[in-house]
Design a protein around this ligand. Structure first.
Ligand SMILES: [Cu+2]
Length: 162
């Protein structure tokens, strides 16, 4: 009877260790949080759109790339708007898309644990280029983000006007 109890407690220790390992890897993969991902609705002949979102991390990380399915667009690039737009809040539907000189491609975007980073009109954004078709209101676009530490994170960005 006593021997039986020992075996059970040994098994219990193994289970506890396995749970601890699982908990550890779970907290690592859940350290990257993307909130409110959205992509801009486009007019029929527009070739480009852009995706925006807020990214927070529990450990400093770096966004190194992004991609979208080929059914959506040819490629996606990390961009930074270099020239502040006037009255972005008034009408954001065309200014950023039309002013191609006001932005540049960047190789990476730092995501600090303190505050994270917000991709937004007039700042960093994920440029979605060579659209296969117009982006329509309410459509969900799967954007795959690649992070230095977190690896690939897929988010469904919902299309809206801005
Ligand atoms: Cu851009």
């Amino acid at each position: 009877m006593k021997k039986m109890f020992k075996m059970i407690s040994a098994a219990a220790v193994v289970v506890a260790a396995a749970v601890a390992l699982t908990a550890c890897s779970t907290s690592e993969s859940s350290s990257t949080t993307v909130s409110d991902p959205w992509v801009r609705v486009t007019a029929p002949k527009q070739m480009n759109s852009a995706a925006y979102m807020k990214i927070t991390v529990s450990e400093d990380d770096v966004l190194t790339g992004a991609s979208v399915p080929s059914s959506i667009a040819g490629r996606a690039e990390l961009h930074e708007t270099t020239k502040p737009m006037d009255d972005m809040s008034m009408d954001t539907s065309s200014t950023e898309m039309n002013d191609m000189t006001g932005m540049k491609q960047v190789s990476s975007i730092n995501v600090p644990a303190d505050g994270g980073v917000t991709l937004k009109p007039g700042g960093f954004h994920i440029m979605i280029m060579d659209l296969a078709k117009p982006v329509t209101e309410g459509e969900e676009v799967a954007v795959t983000l690649t992070f230095e530490k977190a690896g690939k994170v897929v988010v469904d960005a919902v299309a809206r006007e801005g």
